[in-house]
Design a protein around this ligand. Structure first.
Ligand SMILES: Cc1ncc(C[n+]2csc(CCOP(=O)(O)OP(=O)(O)O)c2C)c(N)n1
Length: 663
């Protein structure tokens, strides 16, 4: 039996002899590599926190003590030590497996939901305040942040509030010098300065001498004042944290469990908020991940690490096996566009690799502006770049753009500034689950005046949309999923056709029902149409393309020609594209603009994501299937509605609740 198999709860870890801990760490690392090779997931970050997580669970008493991990992509080790080793972990991020992020529904040891960066400190402060006011007043609240998350705006806001909120809080900064790529900005630089300071070695020496290597219990308290004086005199550049009312400890070797246990034990009794600066190596224990932490931050399912050469070819090999990413196309197009137009800059918030802007970064390092995990800043910064005459292309994942709603509204759209937003990962994010699905953007962007929102149908239309948007000169939001669903030669794509704002495209002429879809949902519409055809129903397909403005003339014709319309989108139904079509229809009907031409009320069905949070799953297809969005279910609902006895009734059918409503 492995050591890991004997750990059923954090209590078992406390009872493990110290000399067996490194063996346990090695077992955990081997499992992390195996599981992420099969299921994909956050490899490098988890490899880096193995000892840190063991030390935390040896010293603190979860779940009485609450450990809150920022982003929580690095909680795999925590999951293994808190009763989730076994089948549920082997299926992590897949159907029936545990989530790749912190999930209180899954375990009492997961203190707070997370998936977006910078939330841990605010969450910790809230829990600490509640503990002080209505809780036991004694348990520990520990926030574990990466060096990149420490510099998030939200973290800064919480830091600013700390001393007014509680006197007892422990912050662990896991400093591995990396965000996904290298951490950027002044705060990571400042941490680095501390690490590089000559006194680092001396500090550790003094701590070792003062604390000894074994268990110390109350002796630590006796030594505390001496320790404090010694640390203060030794670690000079830490006053930044002291302004926030924090006592700084470190840097500590994040791969020495003994060293961390000593410091954490001291922190447990601290009567003031403390910050422990832990130095770790991202990807520790796996040569490829340690050498290329950016690439191995998150890995795709079924990447066989042992076959990965430790060079850039590895990336090419794995990429060639799958469909082309829109990000790849974006990065290459931007690099080309930037050659002929000095005004073009890429703006990205810590996601240069994920959004494809690495290509721009490689070619024009000073015109790929990575602002760190700072979406709000990225958006206002882009607004001002546009105001200053530049042409910013701000690339961000749909889920993270949520952070910057007010900046989009107040800073970009209110001034009608020509910022082009390339919204990657729009739609369902299969393995990451609820925190990462990009299924809200149409709904939160649609009410904003001046916003032009579109979803291209495939790689060529994406390139055309990007180039056309540069000519439109207005706030533009181009949404698309990760992959364009086909293998295309990204470097050969060229601008081929100017797209007029708000122009839809009839793809298939039909008779009984018109399917209006956006982006990849057009492929789904084709599959639905095929099923309808075999049931004797002739379906037309309209590429809606724009969620705003709608193509009113094309829609008017659709409502004239078809008795039934079904919208299909990769967004929530509430406020999405289907809602826009409904609004259009109702307004047109009220204005008696002739859309009905005395042929009776049209039936409108909407297909999209229901009003609930959707979890993770093995594939986008499996999640769609579970939510009534398979071709056969959609076709079945359309056939059912077509054959309903009262074609002109105007009631909302509850039979379709969640996935499709008809009017
Ligand atoms: C608001 C937000 N923006 C971007 C991301 C994508 N993201 C996930 S992890 C990560 C890097 C986190 O770096 P750090 O906090 O230093 O932790 P590490 O992975 O290095 O341990 C980023 C940018 C996110 N999760 N949330």
């Amino acid at each position: 039996m492995s050591i890991l198999e004997t750990i059923r709860s954090p209590k078992d870890i406390k009872n493990l002899p110290a000399q067996r801990l490194n063996e346990l760490a090695a077992e955990i690392r081997a499992l992390l590599v195996d599981v992420t090779a099969k299921n994909g997931g956050h490899l490098a970050s988890n490899l880096g926190v193995v000892e840190l997580t063991i030390a935390l669970h040896r010293v603190f008493d979860s779940p009485t003590d609450r450990i809150i991990f920022d982003v929580s992509h690095q909680t795999y080790v925590h999951k293994l030590l808190t009763g989730r080793n076994g089948d549920v972990f082997l299926k992590i991020r897949m159907d029936g497996g545990c989530s790749g992020f912190s999930s209180p529904d899954e375990s009492e040891h997961d203190a707070f939901v997370a998936g977006h960066a910078g939330t841990a400190l605010s969450a910790a402060l809230g829990l600490a305040y509640a503990r002080d006011k209505i809780g036991d007043g004694t348990s520990n609240i520990i926030a574990v942040l990466g060096d990149a998350s420490l510099s998030c705006g939200l973290t800064m806001e919480a830091l600013n509030n700390m001393s007014a909120t509680t006197k007892r809080l422990i912050i662990i900064v896991n400093d591995n010098k990396f965000s996904i790529g290298r951490s950027v900005g002044a705060i990571p630089l400042y941490l680095n300065k501390i690490l590089r300071s000559k006194i680092y070695g001396a500090t550790i020496g003094v701590l070792k001498k003062m604390l000894g290597s074994g268990k110390f219990g109350t002796s630590i308290l006796r030594n505390a004042r001496r320790l404090k004086r010694a640390l203060k005199s030794l670690i000079l550049p830490t006053s930044y944290f002291e302004y926030y009312g924090l006592r700084y400890f470190g840097p500590v070797d994040g791969h020495s469990i003994a060293q961390m246990e000593e410091i954490f034990e001291f922190c447990r009794h601290s009567k003031v908020p403390v910050l422990v600066h832990v130095k770790t190596v991202k990807g520790k224990g796996c040569a490829a991940a340690a050498d290329f932490p950016e690439k191995f931050h998150g890995v795709e399912p079924a990447v066989a690490l042992e076959n990965c050469e430790k060079n850039a070819d590895c990336e090419k090999n794995t990429a060639s096996a799958k469909d082309t990413d829109y990000g790849e196309i974006l990065g290459l197009q931007l690099a080309k566009l930037a050659e002929c137009d000095v005004r073009i800059v890429g703006v990205v918030s810590a996601m240069a690799r994920g959004t494809g802007l690495v290509h721009m970064r490689n070619k024009f390092p000073d015109r790929c502006l990575d602002v760190g995990i700072a979406e709000e800043h990225a958006v206002t910064f882009s607004a001002a770049l546009a105001k200053g005459g530049m042409r910013p292309i701000c690339a961000m994942y749909s889920t993270f753009l949520q952070r910057a709603f007010d900046q989009i509204l107040h800073d970009v759209c209110l001034q009608n500034l020509p910022v082009i937003f390339c919204i990657d990962r729009a739609g369902i994010s299969a393995h990451d689950g609820a925190t990462h699905h990009g299924i809200f953007d149409i709904s939160y962007l649609r009410p904003i005046p001046n916003a032009v929102i579109l979803q291209p149908n495939g790689a060529q239309e994406f390139v055309d949309a990007l180039h056309s948007a540069l000519l439109w000169n207005c706030p533009t939001f181009i949404r698309y999923p990760k992959s364009c669903g086909r293998v295309v030669d990204a470097s050969a794509l060229k601008f081929s056709k100017f797209l007029g704002i708000g122009r839809a495209d009839e793809l298939v002429r039909g008779k009984e029902v018109c399917l209006i879809a956006l982006g990849p949902m057009i492929d789904l519409a084709r599959a639905v149409a095929a099923q309808l055809k075999s049931a004797g129903v002739n379906a037309g397909i309209l590429n809606g393309r724009f969620a705003k403005p709608l193509d009113e003339s094309a829609l008017g014709k659709v409502f004239e020609d078809y008795e039934m319309v079904a919208t299909i989108e990769d967004n929530v139904l509430s406020g999405g594209f289907g809602s826009a079509v409904l609004e259009f229809y109702l307004a047109a009907e009220r204005n008696s603009s002739g859309v009905r031409k005395n042929r009776g009320t049209r039936k409108i069905l909407r297909f999209g994501w229901p009003d609930k949070f959707i979890g993770h799953g093995s594939s986008i297809g499996s999640i769609m299937g579970k939510n009534g969005l398979s071709p056969s279910e959609i076709a079945g609902k359309i056939i059912g509605a077509l054959s309903a006895t009262e074609p002109h009734s105007r009631k909302i059918s509850t039979a379709n609740a969640g996935v499709g409503h008809f009017l």
